[in-house]
Design a protein around this ligand. Structure first.
Ligand SMILES: *Cc1c(COP(=O)(O)O)cnc(C)c1O
Length: 367
């Protein structure tokens, strides 16, 4: 079926009353199946790559009568210092997701331009493209789960933005830097290359931030939702050359960052906040190593994927049965079995030691 056939068949199912008034593209849309939307019954939530606990923060409500700054200076300054870039290379957004959306809205002509992504990967690139009537070209990851750089370069004339994710959600793999540099050279003046580094704090030496100085087409997506333990805050960052940031600033809402968000983000980015984050990362990485080892020795496990984020993607002999057993025990995981190449694969967020023990207990149980 062509994309239009798909849209029309989706439309015929729901085209009554008020919904007829909405844009055709929106009527046909299936919203992002976020962990929250999928939901589930359970007391152990290991399905959204959230941190196990958040920190303690102070709020000063004295200025809530005033509109906030579009770009809170303290947050910009501290994030720039943390990321090793200049303040003109930083945009603060409502989560990393808003950065993805803004890039598409700023650089892609609706009904005309396309983005490129490498499945299986994070779902929001496709959702944001579809919402904005922007096409999607999929160049699936290789069997070694690397971007097919030659195939991507061959398609550069057909796309405005290439989305890569490193560590990739859900597979955990890192993008090869030599390949990335080759792509960036080929993309010169033709397309942006976005590297989504939402999980980079769990393997900071693999950040591509040092390439920003040499490649003006490179854009990085960052977030406070994962290693900083602040998914509820909705604060993310786009790092790019100042020209890209200036264009994004034309499109972003006038007051995107609520004052309480700015205050808490600024605290999370102090020396002390960064130390807390680094300790959280060290704890998660320790637990991940232990869990990975135990899983890889288990008879029901076929494969443990790359361990570079705060999660492990695991291929079980029977993923559906395992998912159901976990759910029955109140442990909510994320099922990726329906994605190409990910049959029987389930993603497990690294939570507390007790939560990891609970996962292993269920796995150990006689069936
Ligand atoms: C979580 C995540 C993001 C951004 O999440 P926000 O909560 O919107 O900051 C971006 N990319 C990937 C790959 C993610 O997993």
């Amino acid at each position: 079926m062509s994309q239009n056939d798909l849209i029309n068949s989706a439309l015929s199912q729901s085209d009554t009353g008020i919904s007829q008034l909405a844009r055709k593209q929106v009527r046909a849309l299936t919203p992002y199946q976020s962990a929250r939307r999928i939901g589930g019954q359970g007391h152990i939530w290991l399905n959204a790559n959230e941190a196990a606990a958040s920190g303690e923060y102070q709020l000063d409500c004295a200025r809530l009568n005033r509109y906030p700054e579009c770009q809170p200076p303290q947050v910009v300054d501290r994030y720039a210092a943390y990321a090793g870039v200049s303040t003109e290379q930083v945009l603060v957004t409502r989560g990393g997701d808003e950065g993805i959306e803004l890039l598409i809205r700023t650089f892609c002509e609706p009904g005309q331009d396309s983005i490129l992504l490498c499945s299986p990967t994070y779902g929001m690139y496709a959702i944001s493209a579809q919402t904005n009537d922007v096409g999607i070209i999929d160049v699936p990851l290789s069997t070694e789960r690397q971007p097919e750089f030659d195939a991507i370069i061959a398609k550069l004339d057909q796309v405005k933005i290439v989305f890569l994710c490193s560590p990739n959600n859900p597979t955990g793999d890192l993008v090869d830097q030599a390949g990335l540099c080759r792509l960036l050279s080929a993309a010169k003046g033709r397309a942006l290359v976005v590297v989504d580094e939402a999980y980079i704090e769990f393997c900071p030496s693999f950040s591509q931030a040092s390439l920003l100085a040499d490649y003006p087409e490179l854009v990085l997506i960052r977030t406070l939702s994962k290693a900083f333990g602040l998914a509820g805050l909705r604060c993310g960052f786009t790092l790019a050359n100042p020209q890209v940031i200036e264009l994004l600033l034309k499109v972003i809402a006038p007051y995107p960052i609520p004052e309480p968000v700015a205050q808490i983000a600024a605290q999370a980015l102090t020396e002390q906040g960064l130390a807390v984050m680094r300790q959280r990362v060290a704890d998660v990485n320790d637990l991940k190593t232990t869990l990975g080892l135990q899983l890889s020795q288990h008879s029901e496990v076929k494969e443990v994927f790359a361990p570079h984020g705060n999660y492990l993607l695991v291929r079980f002999k029977d993923g559906a049965a395992l998912f159901a057993r976990m759910a029955k025990a109140g442990i909510i995981l994320r099922d990726f079995a329906s994605r190409p190449g990910l049959a029987d694969c389930i993603r497990i967020t690294i939570g507390t030691p007790a939560e990891m023990d609970a996962v292993l207990d269920v796995l150990q149980q006689e069936q």
